[in-house]
Write a protein that binds this ligand. Structure first.
Ligand SMILES: C[S@@+](CC[C@H](N)C(=O)[O-])C[C@H]1O[C@@H](n2cnc3c(N)ncnc32)[C@H](O)[C@@H]1O
Length: 218
């Protein structure tokens, strides 16, 4: 068996991968630039190729109800909203008024503001207040890493059978794989073990961007 079949990413290969994802739209370009002005926090924005993947997943699954944990400046939300049918909805949670105000400008410019339900406040509270019925088609968890297991447990029962759960940063810069991960990397490692052993889903960790876990609700 081939134990190691993976391409070790280099800047040249990464540029090539980015080229295959196509160019960001004018609204996306502007949002990338506006987010970069924020400084260090800009690294939280998902890369464009991941946004393309998120859009594809909405279309492939026919999702109409998406729940996102972690809006930031709204790049991933925009990817979901643009891929949804006109009556579809993204419920997105964040605590930052400043960052989500930037997101809202982009959503308005893209003409998808009416498909987005922004809920400000602690995500655990927002998710606990969602209806108990399993009506969510697609979930994207991309907020504080120590909260992942709790968000997962709040969301899995609310996802329909066959629905898709996505969790971002599940490699955590590769640190989740270290012998003794610390801090956020330890939280992600614990989350990964939790998902692996969760009988409610079948899952796989895909090494795109910072690691993206896919899980299908059984
Ligand atoms: C990695 S960023 C999200 C990036 C976003 N998905 C994108 O594509 O640009 C994480 C976000 O989670 C938010 N966040 C962190 N802890 C939170 C909490 N307990 N409740 C709600 N939002 C939280 C932060 O304010 C931040 O905007």
């Amino acid at each position: 068996m081939n134990d190691f079949k993976a391409v070790v990413m280099t800047p040249q290969i990464y540029r090539y991968v980015r080229e295959q994802a196509g160019q960001p739209s004018a609204v996306q370009e502007k949002l990338i630039a506006r987010t970069l002005e924020l400084g260090d926090s800009a690294e939280m924005q998902i890369p464009h190729e991941q946004a393309v993947l998120l859009s594809l997943l909405v279309k492939l699954t026919g999702a109409q109800t998406v729940v996102e944990v972690g809006t930031y400046t709204g790049y991933s939300t925009l990817a979901f909203a643009q891929a949804l049918p006109p009556h579809g909805k993204v419920i997105t949670c964040d605590m930052s008024v400043e960052w989500t105000a930037i997101a809202e400008e982009a959503w308005v410019a893209a003409g998808v503001r009416d498909r987005i339900d922004l809920r400000l406040g602690a995500a655990a509270q927002t998710l606990a207040e969602l209806p108990d019925e399993p009506v969510i088609d697609l979930v994207f968890i991309d907020a504080d890493k120590v909260g992942y297991v709790h968000y997962w447990d709040l969301l899995v029962p609310r996802v329909r059978q066959g629905g898709l759960l996505l969790a971002d940063n599940t490699l955590y810069y590769g640190e989740a794989a270290s012998e003794q991960p610390e801090g956020n990397a330890a939280a992600i490692d614990a989350f990964n073990k939790f998902v692996r052993n969760d009988p409610r889903v079948e899952s796989v960790l895909v090494p795109i961007a910072d690691g993206l876990t896919f899980a299908r609700k059984l």
